[in-house]
Design a protein around this ligand. Structure first.
Ligand SMILES: Cc1ncc(COP(=O)(O)O)c(C=O)c1O
Length: 335
């Protein structure tokens, strides 16, 4: 183990080498392949890394938890954007870490302020890119400036759950920092563009020493057999992902047009959801929409009293949501 990746504690548990016997995944009476051999091989090919650069997780949530458990001791600091993915502060707090919360600026991660928030106690910096719930990105230039200011000992976690929706020349190549030997961990998931949220498969890409540490503290069968098969199938089916991206893009523009027609302000999205300002209490709107059979996420718990996060769905789901929102907002006006 390289001494430069310092875990909080290491629990040594021997990991058996991958088992080729488990290739027959139709046998659900058997335990899964604990090493995720075939999936890691396929991912390694896709990302042009070795299988040792990869670890699988029960969704990327699992990996966030592993990273925190591996690298954050009680009293250590993690720099976290706000509002952002709720799991970061939850897990950091559970580990006894200190959450150094940096508020977004104009609905985007404020990387300048995040760099300033780094102290000698900082172990982790979380960058959700695109960010949930704003669906905004930080650009390659902004990340470059951040990385120039992050000390070598600090681990930057790039959570790229929605990366497929955000691709463009301005999007940072976070893996390049890993190739340069920087301490970065990139998190990806099959839950979003691959549409396999129910199967719970995520993965981390990072330096093999770092991945080795995470590997030692994970549950031995943290990705189930169906999850492994489903993720492998998704990797072999780029056309499905492209179809999903096209559907989301069309849905995004349909919703933009409808919001504009309703006078509802929205934040331009680089993900598969949109943050909208409904101009009245978002919890009320959430409950009224629920009665219409539509579930959205009110942002009131983030202190964003009039904001909803709306997932872009199928054309039919989008139409149903728009119809319900029109009804609810009309009712609210006349009340
Ligand atoms: C920014 C972000 N990261 C990670 C996740 C976790 O995804 P999963 O555990 O399904 O891979 C989510 C889920 O919504 C998310 O929004």
């Amino acid at each position: 183990m390289s001494s430069s990746w310092r875990p909080t504690r290491i629990r040594c548990r021997p990991r058996s080498a991958c088992s080729r016997r488990s290739r027959k995944r139709s046998h659900l009476n058997r335990y899964p392949d604990g090493s995720g051999y075939y999936l890691r091989q396929a991912l390694a090919k896709r990302h042009r890394v070795t299988a040792e650069h990869l670890i699988l997780g029960n969704g990327s949530n699992d990996l966030i938890e592993l990273v925190v458990r591996a690298f954050l001791r009680p009293g250590d600091e993690a720099v976290i954007p706000h509002p952002s993915f709720v799991v970061y502060p939850m897990i950091v707090q559970a580990a006894g870490g200190i959450r150094v919360v940096v508020t977004l600026k104009d609905q985007r991660l404020d990387l300048e302020a995040m760099a300033r928030a780094i102290t000698p106690l900082t172990k982790l910096v979380f960058i959700a890119n695109p960010n949930n719930p704003t669906a905004t990105i930080v650009t390659a230039d902004e990340v470059e400036q951040l990385m120039a200011r992050v000390p070598d000992r600090v681990i930057v976690v790039f959570d790229e759950a929605y990366v497929e929706f955000a691709q463009g020349p301005d999007f940072p190549d976070s893996l390049a920092y890993m190739q340069q030997g920087r301490k970065v961990i990139v998190l990806r998931t099959f839950s979003k563009a691959a549409s396999l949220a129910g199967l719970r498969v995520g993965y981390a890409i990072g330096d093999p020493d770092c991945m080795g540490l995470l590997n030692r503290i994970r549950q031995p069968f943290n990705v189930n057999s169906l999850g492994q098969v489903g993720a492998l199938a998704a990797l072999a089916d780029d056309s499905h992902i492209l179809e999903c991206l096209r559907m989301i893009e069309a849905g995004r523009h349909y919703l933009y047009d409808e919001f504009a027609a309703m006078g509802v302000r929205y934040t331009p999205s680089r993900a598969n959801f949109i943050l909208v300002d409904v101009g009245r209490n978002a919890s009320d709107v959430f409950h009224w929409l629920l009665k219409e059979g539509v579930i959205v996420r009110p942002m009131t718990s983030f202190g964003m009293e009039s904001y909803l996060r709306v997932t872009i769905g199928t054309p039919e789901e989008n139409r149903r949501f728009v119809k319900a929102l029109k009804k609810v907002l009309a009712g609210a006006k006349s009340a």
